[in-house]
Ligand binder design. Sequence first.
Ligand code: ZN
Length: 196
Amino acid sequence: MNRYLLVTFALCLLIRGIAPACELETAAKGVKPFDVRTVPDPVLRQMASPVDLAEISTPEFNKLIVRMVATLDKSEGIGIAAPQVGISSQIFLVRILTKHLERHSHMNARPLTVVINPEIEVVNETLLPYREGCLSIPGFSGIVQRPRHIRIRYVDMNGNSQEEEINSLNAIVFLHENDHLVGRLISDYWIDVEKR
Ligand SMILES: [Zn+2]
């Protein structure tokens, strides 16, 4: 068992409620990832539809999420939204690993989080500028300004409602992914664009 899996399983035991996330990550090993859709694919510009909550408990839905996790693994990203794999549904994943903190030192690590049908409320409108990239716009990054403190309500993989307050750079990650659900991309409002 590699170190990452060991740490994940330890976290699973310690933190109630994320066991399904651990199962998803284990199930994703060896699963074929999706091809990530890139600009100008029109699916990236659609308004994503809410997920019918009755679907969450189905094997098909589980399969979709597992394949999204496999895609996140392959791309080494910190988040991915369903439209980026060609599915216009209100779903995104966020997972911030220790290795990501080398590049994003002010983020906090967080285990895999599956966000379904999110609603975001801005708690503090003060804007935080940050250089962002996007798997759907490969090779470029730009500075985007986003609110630094949000409250998010969503449904998790168990079909349970969740509410969290999220700060600073972690809030940026959730806002970036949420943008994908309304057809918005960083290129709509970034400045100081750089080729990576
Ligand atoms: Zn993106």
